[in-house]
Design a protein around this ligand. Structure first.
Ligand code: GDP
Ligand code: MN
Length: 394
């Protein structure tokens, strides 16, 4: 779950990270009142969960409360990368002398949290990584030790930060690490971390992503979820407790269990096909849930065939098959569906599926057979492609 800039910065403040004074407004009048209260030039910032708001015109300076009102009115009527702006953050404007980057994320290959800093802040860090990778300094964090002060100083030195700012930089880095750790974040970044007159450091922009699987431990953060920012597909999936990640292939997959879902995707790749999604319907495949999963899969226009791979353990195959029949009646799949149903009562389950109507259905007994059939039906003989797992997509 992504937090908005204003939410991220409020969280940062709880960990002693300096942020500008400011408040959120939902109307131009409110923006004017906040600017008046701050009594200084302000920056009006669109609160939408996309990057590059600055370049897209979603961040503008205002010298007077009147100007803040006008600018807020313009920004509040904008749509940034498909998302309507409903709120703006009105912050006291900072006099920026330099823009740094400081971020924490998980390096999956090393199985460690990694801290990164750069003197080339303000811009997209992916862009810096691509064009001038030498400008990013990294330290790997041992989980038992946490981020150490000497590591923060390594970052400070590595980006050529003036020594007078090292103590403050270290305090910010340690605070950001605690924030990351205690909130089960998968990303916490400050971009830009600005050098302002003093000199001092100030977190002007913040981005935090919380691990969805840990949200149950953070009801206060879960309550911050902004439903307006979810795509209809994501919202539907969450409503039914389905894990769904869209990919770029053409074989829709419906599987019970995350491990089995990964294995199903692997075997599709092995036979030269490309999965259109990762989808785990979880245990207890009720008709409603199967129908919801089918709707999610079919909402992707690229899908040319669907592969349903269900292992009946506690959930019996005959029950699942009945659920599928009901679901097919609700949804009427427009593409052929291959079903592999094994486990408890599988023969009964397959017999029930024979009665399916309004769908072109193939049943298979082995996963290999099912995968080959789906690849053939999708009419795609291209070789395996790179796909990313659900966790790598942000
Ligand atoms: P992003 O484009 O979505 O990453 O939004 P940011 O909050 O990072 O803002 C983009 C850019 O706007 C920053 O890199 C700064 O150059 C500029 N900016 C943001 N806040 C201020 C401010 O208070 N004063 C000044 N002068 N520029 C700012
Ligand atoms: Mn930024």
């Amino acid at each position: 779950m992504k937090l908005h800039e204003f939410q991220s910065k409020q969280l940062f403040a709880q960990y002693g990270i300096p942020i500008p004074r400011g408040k959120v407004a939902t109307s131009p009048e409110e923006a004017r009142a906040i600017a008046k209260e701050l009594g200084k030039p302000v920056v009006v910032k669109a609160q939408v969960l996309v990057g590059g708001r600055g370049k897209a015109g979603g961040i503008r300076l205002a010298r007077t409360p009147e100007e803040a009102e006008q600018i807020a009115e313009q920004i509040l009527s904008m749509t940034l990368k498909g998302l309507p702006v409903r709120r703006v953050l009105v912050d006291e404007a900072a006099e920026i002398q330099a823009e740094l980057y400081l971020g924490l994320t998980i390096d999956r290959a090393r199985r460690r949290v990694v801290a990164m800093a750069s003197s080339a802040g303000g811009v997209d860090i992916e862009e810096v990584a691509r064009t001038t990778p030498e400008k990013i300094v990294r330290v790997i964090i041992e989980p038992e030790l946490g981020l150490r002060e000497y590591q923060a100083r390594t970052l400070a030195a590595g980006i050529g930060l003036d020594r007078s700012l090292w103590a403050s930089f270290t305090q910010i880095a340690l605070g950001l690490y605690r924030c990351f750790e205690e909130n089960d974040a998968t990303l916490a970044e400050i971009n830009p971390l600005a050098v302002v007159p003093g000199p001092a450091l100030l977190a002007l922009d913040g981005k935090v992503i919380i691990d969805d699987n840990a949200l149950f431990r953070h009801p206060d953060l879960a309550a911050m979820r902004d439903e307006d920012e979810e795509t209809p597909t994501e919202r539907e999936a969450r409503k039914y407790g389905i894990s769904y990640v869209q990919l770029d292939g053409n074989i829709g997959c419906m599987v019970n269990g995350a491990g089995l879902a990964m294995a199903t995707m692997d075997i599709i790749q092995l036979y030269g096909g490309r999965p259109a999604n990762f989808l785990d319907i979880g245990g207890g495949a009720s008709a409603e849930r199967v129908a919801a999963a089918m709707r999610l899969i079919l909402s992707d226009p690229n899908v040319k065939a669907v592969l349903i791979n269900i292992f009946g353990g506690i959930t019996r195959c005959d029950e699942v098959a009945r659920g599928m029949l009901a679901a097919f009646e609700m949804v009427h799949p427009r593409v052929p569906v291959v079903v592999r149903l094994v486990g408890t009562n599988e023969a009964e389950g397959r017999a029930i599926l024979q009665q399916a109507q309004g769908v072109t259905l193939y049943t298979a007994t082995t996963l290999v057979e099912a995968a080959q059939q789906a690849v053939r039906l999708a009419g795609d003989g291209r070789g395996p492609s790179m796909i990313s797992g659900p966790e790598q997509r942000q």
